[in-house]
Ligand binder design. Sequence first.
Ligand code: ZN
Length: 63
Amino acid sequence: MRHSQPIRFPVCPMCNEAVEIKTAKTDHDGKAIHEECYVRSLEAKKKLFLVPPKKQRRIERPA
Ligand SMILES: [Zn+2]
């Protein structure tokens, strides 16, 4: 009996879960990402631009 190498799945940058190659989508950087997460990331980016300046200021910056 020989050990089989564990299959390494790329990790989705959005949810930190393993991405199955079969179902994976690649983002613009060529990284594997869940299709659902990819869509969500696109929506998140859109929202960033839609956030009014007041709300963006709430992001705390370390001094
Ligand atoms: Zn994901």
